[in-house]
Ligand binder design. Structure first.
Ligand code: SF4
Length: 58
């Protein structure tokens, strides 16, 4: 799965389902309604993207 910009974003939190699927939770969504809590991947353009590595990537 290609997550696009979320792969390198400090606001991304990675979660894995029981079936082994990976999802990205955007932590910026808690602070700013412009962002989806569960962004549709791949994210190709995002004003909130900040380099820093996603947290919790398995
Ligand atoms: S701010 Fe954008 S690039 Fe970063 S985790 Fe959220 S949706 Fe992905």
């Amino acid at each position: 799965m290609n997550p696009g910009l979320c792969a390198s974003c400090r606001h991304a939190r990675w979660l894995t389902s029981a079936a082994g699927s990976e999802f990205v939770q955007c932590r910026l969504a808690e602070l700013d309604a412009r962002f989806a809590k569960w962004p549709r991947l791949p994210v190709l353009a995002c004003p909130g993207h900040e380099i820093g590595g996603g947290a919790g990537r398995a």
